[in-house]
Design a protein around this ligand. Structure first.
Ligand SMILES: NC(=O)c1ccc[n+]([C@@H]2O[C@H](COP(=O)([O-])OP(=O)(O)OC[C@H]3O[C@@H](n4cnc5c(N)ncnc54)[C@H](OP(=O)(O)O)[C@@H]3O)[C@@H](O)[C@H]2O)c1
Length: 269
């Protein structure tokens, strides 16, 4: 391993990393990369609603990285009561969280204001904003008690640049950005690092969820372009967490090559 890679590995060694939305896409890729980049020397607390998927990810990661311990735990972040009991009932070996990756998030639909279903507004805010805030509130006391810890919040280009048909999703990610910046300022006197990663277009299950399972509509989003893959964002997350403790990669916007803003994209015919 290069000295660059081994420095990262030694900084990650022994850490316990809690990832929300670890059953798919960016969260799943981040779980694998923490195991790899630490030389297997991490504990992963992987959460999502699809526990059976988490169970198979645990089996796969523990087979590839025998020193890595994986705790797969069902957690629906849109249900605030679940967050309370989740943190209170973390199993032995998983309680001492060092890194929280607030990754669980979703978008529903492309309707414009006046046509948006209230249920979609509720689930986007409950998942992307209220869940993220509630879990952060529960983890901050753990970090304050030990004087350090890392929080990585997944924002989006959508939180910087709202676009037609994305009013609610964009508002949720703008809320994440505002919350994240406040937190960094409030924690200035601690060694707690607050990190935001804002992806552009990444091909995951994200668009399939947006179009309620309609794969052909999801595929059309990526027609003529080469989107990022989940591993690209995982690299940025793991890079940020594996810097020297004095370094905060505070806020990162990550595009694929063809993208220059939320809607400005170069598409091949
Ligand atoms: N893909 C993009 O283009 C893009 C761009 C910018 C930002 N992002 C952000 O990146 C993050 C990850 O998205 P992704 O692209 O990896 O999408 P994805 O493949 O759809 O993964 C989303 C993850 O979130 C979980 N999740 C959704 N609702 C949840 C809930 N109520 N409780 C717990 N977990 C929940 C899902 O797991 P379960 O279904 O098993 O619960 C899944 O593991 C999101 O915050 C998204 O907004 C994505």
């Amino acid at each position: 391993m290069s000295s660059f890679g081994s420095a990262a590995a030694s900084r990650l060694a022994g850490k316990t990393v809690l990832i929300t939305g670890a059953s798919s896409g960016i969260g799943k890729a981040t779980a694998y990369l923490f195991a790899e980049a630490s030389g297997g020397e991490v504990t992963l607390v992987l959460t999502a609603r699809r526990v059976a998927v988490l169970d198979s990810i645990k089996a796969d990661i523990e087979a590839k990285y025998p020193k890595t311990k994986v705790f797969p735990i069902g957690l629906d972040v849109s249900k605030l009561a679940e967050i309370d009991s989740f943190v209170e009932n973390l199993p032995e070996g998983a309680k001492d969280i060092d890194v929280l990756v607030n990754n669980a998030g979703m978008v529903h639909g492309t309707e414009q204001v006046g046509e948006i279903l209230q249920a979609d507004i509720d689930i986007m805010f409950q998942t992307n904003v209220f869940g993220l805030i509630a879990l952060t509130q529960k983890i901050i006391p753990i970090f304050k008690a030990k004087g350090k810890g890392d929080i990585v919040n997944l924002g989006s280009i959508a939180g910087r640049e709202p676009y037609p048909g994305g009013a609610i999703y964009c508002a949720t990610k703008a809320a994440v950005k505002s919350f994240t910046e406040t937190l960094r300022k409030e924690l200035i006197a601690t060694r707690i690092r607050i990190i935001e990663v804002d992806p552009g277009q990444v091909e995951t299950e994200f668009s399939v969820v947006r179009f309620r399972g309609d794969k052909s509509k999801a595929d059309a989003v990526y027609k003529g372009v080469e989107p990022l893959i989940a591993e690209d964002i995982a690299e940025v997350i793991v890079f940020a967490v594996s810097r020297r403790e004095n370094t905060i990669i505070a806020d990162t916007l990550v595009f694929p090559n063809h993208q220059a803003s939320a809607l400005i994209m170069h598409r091949k015919a």
